[in-house]
Every structure is written in C-alpha cells, then in structure tokens.
Design a protein around this ligand. Structure first.
Ligand code: HEM
Length: 125
C-alpha cells in the first residue's frame, strides 16, 4: 500500500472519493441535484483544500463552511449525511493509502464533518 505524500496522490484520492460520492444513494443528490456541481471547478478546489490541510501548502484560499449553508437551506444536511460522507472518505483512504498522512486525513475529515454538521444543524433552528 502506498503512502499519501504528493499532490498527485491527493488528486487520485479526491477523484476516487468523488466517484463514490456521485453515485451514493445517501449524499449523491446534494452534488448532482441540489448544487449541480461543476466538477471541473470543484475537484481542483478540493485538491488544494487537502494539500493545504495535509502538507501545509497555502494553495487553498477559501472558507470551507460557507459553501455549505446555501445547500443546507435547500435540503437539510443532517448527521446521517455527514456520517456517510466520512464513511466514504475513510473507505477511499483505506483502499488506497496507509501511513501518517492517511491517518491524519481521516482524523481531520472526521473533525471538520462533525463541526460542519453542528453548524448546519444550528443554522436550521
Ligand atoms: C454531506 C456532506 C457534504 C456535502 C453534501 C457537501 C457538498 C458540497 C457542495 C455541493 C459543495 C459546493 C460545490 C460547488 O462549488 O458547486 C461543497 C464545497 C466544499 N466542500 Fe463540501 N460537502 C459535504 C461535506 C464536506 C466536508 C466534511 C468537508 C471537509 C472535510 C467539505 C469540504 C468542502 C470544501 C473545501 C468545499 C469548497 C468550498 C469553497 O468553495 O471554497 N465538505 N461541498
């Protein structure tokens, strides 16, 4: 199994993850139907996001939370959706990578998903 070390590794990981996401019964519709995501724009953003989180590169400039509030207003983003997101992310990592960065990618995703889930729930009250 490979270590998660380069921008190319991150691109591979993110591509594999969103392949799962797009066809997922529980969360696919957020991307396909609610946000109608332009993948040519979204994927490079996600490569940079993860490169920044994992390797300390300052290539992502943005606010990861803000993008989700408008989606949450159209279709509630609930805990079960974030659980599924984390499940697919963890599965993609475990199928392809091992080592410290792969573990960090799991932990960071869990933490952000948990915070994001909380913020989305609060925004609906
Ligand atoms: C059920 C859970 C989630 C759903 C349905 C979801 C959906 C989306 C959608 C539809 C977009 C906008 C794409 C566009 O530009 O059209 C987006 C952007 C983004 N998401 Fe998520 N997301 C989820 C969870 C997460 C989590 C847990 C993270 C971080 C670990 C994350 C990180 C991001 C980032 C960094 C962006 C780009 C924001 C920007 O424009 O700078 N998302 N997400």
């Amino acid at each position: 199994m490979k270590k998660l070390e380069t921008r190319e590794d991150v691109e591979f990981l993110v591509n594999k993850f969103y392949e799962k996401v797009r066809t997922d019964e529980t969360i696919g519709f957020f991307f396909n139907d609610v946000a109608k995501v332009n993948w040519d724009l979204h994927l490079p953003k996600m490569y940079s996001f993860w490169e920044t989180l994992l390797f300390g590169k300052a290539s992502y400039k943005g606010n990861p939370m803000m993008a989700h509030f408008p989606i949450n207003q159209i279709e509630p983003m609930e805990k079960r959706h974030f659980d599924q997101w984390v499940k697919l992310w963890t599965k993609t990592l475990e199928e392809n990578f091992e080592g410290e960065n792969a573990e960090a990618a799991k932990t960071k995703a869990e933490n952000i998903a948990s915070l994001m889930g909380y913020k989305m729930e609060m925004a609906r009250r």
